[in-house]
Ligand binder design. Structure first.
Ligand SMILES: [Zn+2]
Length: 340
């Protein structure tokens, strides 16, 4: 057997020496190292070798295999090199031609917008707090001062998983979770994430969309703090020249509640279709955290106060880029995505 290995090695290397072009390489490989090649055939005979010699013979065959493979690889490399040099010399390939560009991906427009929002709030000392998409009725409604009989429940058409479990209709349940996790200590968080509503899909509304909620709790936190934070946000997000205004509003989990508007970024006060000729665009809904919500989160409303706000994510991106249909965000259409 050892003789057989030696002879085969000699023969294989001799044959390899005769190979002088890349086209003949596969033939040699098939004859010696392929599935039906001579080395594989030797390995198959290993069973006939006496048991005490078998480890030694097996090792010899494997060494042969490795050596032949190495010789083959280096010859292949050398021949390819030669072929390329010949082609360059004969001018048949143009080495000055630019390479083919690799198609690279980039972040989704929603992610880009979210990260911009994170950055602005991070500069004001906010941390990102993530809460689950699947919520209980208790967190999504009850703890936020929306009991079962409360008419405000009509504001959200809800995907019910069962009687107690819902796909969250807003990011607000994260407020309660943050309070229970960190409290009673000062809090400054934003709560980004997807929300779900069981409603008809139109160019202006999807059944899923992103929101970013904010929550600040501490001692002597006042409405002026809220307005200051919102002004700072509007100016960093939409431009330092932005003007804002506040209007009274209603949410079950804040008291008092407000809406923050800014002057229309498209028409600069002239009035246009996007601002519905009012010259104002809504930035966020907000308010001072309702005492009942504070209590539900484990904070004593006589000692603690704070504010909360919530805003859309797709909507600002739509405004900024003049996107007319929210459905594009979830359509996986590359022609849309590659523009941003
Ligand atoms: Zn306008």
């Amino acid at each position: 057997m050892q003789d057989q290995i030696r002879i085969l090695k000699q023969q294989a290397l001799n044959d390899l020496q005769q190979v002088d072009n890349t086209e003949s390489l596969p033939g040699w490989f098939r004859d010696y190292l392929g599935k039906k090649g001579a080395v594989t055939a030797l390995l198959k005979q290993l069973g006939t070798v006496a048991a005490e010699e078998r480890p030694q013979v097996g090792k010899a065959i494997n060494d042969l295999k490795t050596e032949l493979q190495d010789s083959f690889d280096s010859l292949q490399e050398r021949l390819r090199q030669q072929k390329m040099e010949k082609e360059i010399a004969s001018d048949s390939i143009d080495v000055t031609l630019p390479g083919r560009p690799f198609p690279t991906g980039h972040l989704h427009l929603t992610t880009q917008t979210l990260r911009k929002i994170y950055q602005i709030f991070a500069e004001m000392g906010f941390q990102v707090y993530e809460a689950p998409d699947v919520e209980t009725d208790a967190y999504n409604f009850q703890a936020l001062n929306i009991p079962e009989y409360h008419p405000a429940r009509d504001m959200w058409d809800t995907f019910w998983v069962n009687k107690e479990v819902v796909l969250r209709t807003h990011t607000s349940p994260g407020q309660i979770r943050a309070m229970k996790e960190f409290g009673p200590e000062p809090i400054r968080v934003i709560l980004p994430g997807k929300c779900y509503r069981y409603e008809q899909i139109t160019p202006r509304s999807e059944h899923q969309f992103y929101q970013v909620e904010g929550l600040v709790l501490g001692h002597k936190i006042r409405m002026t703090d809220l307005i200051g934070v919102m002004n700072e946000f509007a100016r960093k997000m939409y431009g330092s020249e932005r003007k804002t205004r506040i209007r009274g509003s209603y949410f079950p989990f804040t008291e008092p509640s407000i809406e923050i508007d800014m002057d229309c970024i498209l028409c600069a006060g002239e009035g246009c279709r996007v601002c519905k000729y009012t010259s104002w665009l809504e930035v966020a809904g907000a308010g001072m955290v309702h005492p009942v919500v504070l209590k539900n989160g484990g904070y004593d409303p006589d000692v603690w106060s704070g504010f909360a706000f919530g805003m859309g994510v797709e909507r600002p991106a739509m405004l900024k880029h003049g996107i007319r249909d929210i459905r594009y965000f979830y359509g996986n259409n590359l022609q849309f995505l590659q523009q941003f």
